[in-house]
Write a protein that binds this ligand. Structure first.
Ligand code: B12
Ligand code: SF4
Ligand code: SF4
Length: 416
């Protein structure tokens, strides 16, 4: 890549004023914020390779495949001098309340970023439009645009470009906008003035995300063991979900938002203005059984343009089976769910069958337990029953005080 320069015919444009123009154009194109950084990510390189070394990427083989291309922008795109980093909000304020869905075991929780259309194409198109504007006032401008589409270290780049700090949940958080946004970048041969980076993590003593993560996947400050993360398990991981993690997944069938829902900075969320990211398929209020009853054609049709489609019908059903196995409801409802689960046995894939069997066993043992309790109540003499009840209440109180509940956090922070 040859170095780019500002076009001789374009009067009064300096690198500084071009940087301001880029920010104005970016905002006109719907980005919530735009920042510029250089390409030196050496401060993050060791952390990145430690993460890979610990095998925290699990089966996301693409995370380990590119060597230092991810941490050294010039190895991915030779001649890169500056990186333009953008963020785009996706939180839909008009969708049903996230917590309401999360706390209704018969409903399906879908992460907020996936209620609308896939972001990859949309953000890349907007970045392309931004690059076209830059090309009009520069010579020999070359660039490459990304939105989670290549080995790019998006969060460290965003932190350097001043878009936010890396929180303990590892997400980029802006103190005035929270974390419900996507990131994208333009690598370019233009020499642009860099923005002030965030150099201080704004979490302070808070550890809400670490405590409330349902699977305890945040193993250290800003370090996620993806193999335990529900987002990985439901989206990236193709195999049999580890048995010990299944009950902890609750009703989360695609991605997970708990470490954002409990983050106090998310009181300041800017909702999305993009229609494409708004809830379009009523996925904000769907029940598990409704979605389970879709056949493959319906899955493909109803989820046209949605990022969810990329996991395919087998994984979709695998995830639903796990969540159906986690439902806590009356005997009659559990029986109905078992019937629904049985209808797909032998119909989709052996992987799905294995998860259906697990789910049915879970539901049956829950029903057995409930009927044993009823029997105990019917057959025990009154005084014994009272004592048993007292003990149970004591145990319950103890559990409530000491245990971290896997599905329900102490406090959620929703946009004001
Ligand atoms: C792989 C991946 C995942 C994996 C692994 C997550 C992870 N934390 O690494 C899984 C599948 C679990 C995942 C889940 C999610 N993801 Co994701 N994911 C990615 C991807 C493709 C790469 C991230 C990566 O490089 N991970 C490797 C680790 C080592 O890198 P890192 O976390 O950036 O680590 C840096 C810092 O944490 C820092 N660091 C390390 N240790 C320490 C210690 C301290 C003290 C500090 C301060 C910093 C620090 O240095 C590291 C540099 O190497 C990016 C897109 C991209 N190309 O970057 C999207 C991306 C990070 N994901 C995104 C989203 C939205 C999500 C989910 C919210 C989706 C969902 N609702 O289910 C969840 C959130 C889970 C979570 N808490 O991270 C967004 C995040 C936007 C934002 N505001 O930050 C991104 C940027 C995609 C995008 N273009 O918008 N994701
Ligand atoms: S996305 Fe969910 S499972 Fe993953 S780290 Fe955040 S809270 Fe934990
Ligand atoms: S929940 Fe607390 S610790 Fe976690 S990222 Fe938000 S502010 Fe930081």
């Amino acid at each position: 890549m040859k170095n780019a320069s500002i076009n001789d015919n374009t009067q009064n444009i300096t690198p500084e004023s071009l940087s301001l123009l880029i920010k104005d154009w970016g905002k006109e194109l719907g980005f919530a914020d735009i920042g510029i950084s250089d390409t030196d990510l050496s401060a993050y390189e060791a952390q990145h390779f430690n993460w890979i070394g610990e095998n925290f990427h699990g089966e996301m083989e693409y995370m380990a495949r590119h060597g230092t291309k991810r941490t050294r922008p010039n190895e991915l795109e030779p001649g890169t001098i500056s990186v333009i980093s953008v963020r785009m909000n996706y939180f839909d304020n008009d969708a049903e309340l996230a917590t309401q869905q999360l706390h209704s075991p018969e409903k399906a929780y879908i992460s907020r970023y996936a209620l609308g259309k896939d972001y990859h194409k949309l953000i890349r198109k907007r970045l392309q439009a931004l690059a076209n504007k830059i090309a009009e006032v520069t010579d020999d401008f070359s660039y490459r645009a990304f939105a989670d589409s290549a080995p790019v270290l998006e969060r460290p780049i965003a932190e350097k470009a001043g878009l936010g700090f890396i929180g303990k949940n590892s997400l980029i958080i802006h103190p005035r906008a929270g974390s419900w946004f996507f990131l994208g970048e333009i690598y370019t041969n233009l020499a642009l003035p860099v923005d002030k980076p965030f150099t201080k993590q704004g979490c302070g003593p808070c550890t809400a995300c670490i405590q409330e993560c349902p699977t305890q996947a945040i193993v250290d400050n800003a370090v996620i063991d993806a193999r335990r993360c529900i987002s990985y398990l439901t989206i990236e991981f193709k195999g049999s979900i580890p048995l010990e993690l299944r009950p902890l997944m609750g009703n989360r069938i695609y991605g997970c938002d708990d470490c954002q829902l409990v983050c106090p900075w998310n009181k300041f969320t800017d909702p999305t203005h993009e229609n494409a990211f708004k809830n379009q398929m009523d996925l904000d209020s769907a029940t598990l059984v409704e979605l389970w009853n879709w056949n493959e054609n319906q899955f493909l049709k109803k989820l046209e343009g949605s990022p969810i489609r990329r996991i395919g019908f087998i994984q979709w059903n695998r995830n639903l089976a796990v969540s159906m196995g986690n439902v806590e409801a009356s005997h009659a409802v559990l029986e109905q769910i078992i019937n629904h689960l049985q209808t797909k046995l032998g119909k989709v894939d052996a992987l799905v069958d294995e998860h259906i069997d697990w789910a049915i066993n879970q539901l049956k043992s829950r029903m057995d337990l409930a009927s044993q309790n009823i029997e105990t109540e019917v057959t025990r003499p009154d005084n014994l029953m009272e004592k048993e009840k007292e003990k149970e209440t004591e145990k319950e109180e103890h559990r409530a005080k000491n245990a971290i509940k896997p599905f329900i956090a102490k406090k959620y922070y929703l946009p004001k």
